[in-house]
Design a protein around this ligand. Structure first.
Ligand code: TRP
Length: 328
């Protein structure tokens, strides 16, 4: 079985964009591949963050992933900082990665601009840590969104450089591009749904009425004009497709085509479908969070398994680079 690795940051407010764009896809992958899914808390500290919130955010994300369908019996679910070899390999890779390549990363340039207090080296080295996450498990496939393709290409470059400078240790991972939905902001359907855009998202722990209200307020357009849908309406259809039965989607598509669609009806149906789909997930999140010790137990078991794999690769990498002293 091919091995899949992916990571997600514990930055809070996990929303339906994350769920439909990434998490639900992971749930499907766990049946088809050997999978490792990682809560990347070391990545979360590359921008300003609240240390006293970090642990809670990790637990919330773990609860959300499990509630959404990740099954710790099928997949290895763990927290990055529980496997310190990720950081160790990052150091080795840092020494074979060019500063120029890191400075050219689109996401680095965007994030650096937003760091008013100055840019720390961790932000620039973010993609090196990501490369370590993937390569330390010799993962072959990496499900990521478009915005991470550049980082994955750098990962491949690092693998190639390591293999040619020292010894063949790392396979070059491939992106796993799936037809996952790209969900847009409800209040501005030209940008991606984002936790940093207030009013743009439905969080996975929003209650039924919050879900309804946000959908009711979603931006549309003056009315079906025939032809191409506006971005807001298109987004509502994407959500309807994710949450409702095919027949219902088809009915609304037909209404749209013959210009008899009332957006209020579309929103009403979407809201009910979303509530039906999301309510059990939300309830499960709260159940899991009520037992943090159990949750930590699950993550710990995942980390133990992951760490075993990581240590094997780490030993190879150290040896290939000339470190022959045993780890104490
Ligand atoms: N950078 C990724 C993101 O923001 C998260 C991530 C960290 C990741 N390490 C990874 C994704 C390894 C895939 C593989 O979405």
């Amino acid at each position: 079985m091919q091995r899949v690795f992916s990571g997600i940051q514990p930055t809070g407010n996990i929303h339906i964009g994350n769920y439909l764009g990434a998490i639900r896809n992971w749930v499907d992958l766990q049946d088809k591949y050997e999978s490792l899914f990682c809560i990347v808390d070391y990545h979360a500290i590359t921008v300003e963050y609240e240390p006293e919130m970090l642990h809670q955010r990790v637990l919330e994300l773990a609860a959300t992933l499990i509630a959404a369908g990740l099954d710790p019996d099928k997949t290895t679910l763990f927290v990055q900082s529980s496997v310190p070899e990720h950081a160790e390999l990052t150091w080795l890779f840092t020494c074979i990665t060019s500063v120029g390549a890191l400075e050219r990363m689109t996401q680095f340039k965007e994030k650096a601009e937003r760091q008013k207090g100055g840019v720390f080296a961790g932000l620039m080295n973010y993609p090196v840590l990501m490369a370590s996450d993937i390569l330390i498990y010799k993962a072959e496939l990496v499900p990521v969104g478009d915005d991470q393709i550049q980082h994955l290409e750098l990962t491949r470059e690092i693998a190639r450089r390591f293999n040619s400078m020292f010894r063949e240790v790392f396979p070059e991972p491939q992106p796993l591009l799936t037809k996952a939905a790209r969900i847009m902001a409800l209040n501005d359907p030209t940008s991606k749904m984002s936790k940093s855009l207030e009013g743009s998202y439905i969080a996975l722990d929003d209650d039924d009425n919050a879900i309804r209200k946000k959908i009711r307020r979603a931006m549309t357009d003056p009315g079906p004009q025939g032809g191409e849908m506006g971005p807001g309406v298109k987004n509502l259809f994407a959500l309807l497709e994710a949450f409702a039965e095919l027949e219902l989607v088809q009915k609304f598509r037909d209404d749209y085509a013959n210009q008899s669609l009332r957006y209020a009806d579309l929103k009403q149906a979407l809201a009910e479908a979303a509530v039906t789909h999301l309510a059990p997930i939300r309830e499960r999140i709260f159940e899991l969070l009520a037992k943090p010790d159990q949750l930590k137990e699950i993550l710990h078991a995942g980390a133990k398994h992951a760490r075993q794999l990581a240590q094997e690769t780490m030993a190879e990498a150290r040896d290939a680079m000339g470190f022959k002293m045993p780890v104490a």
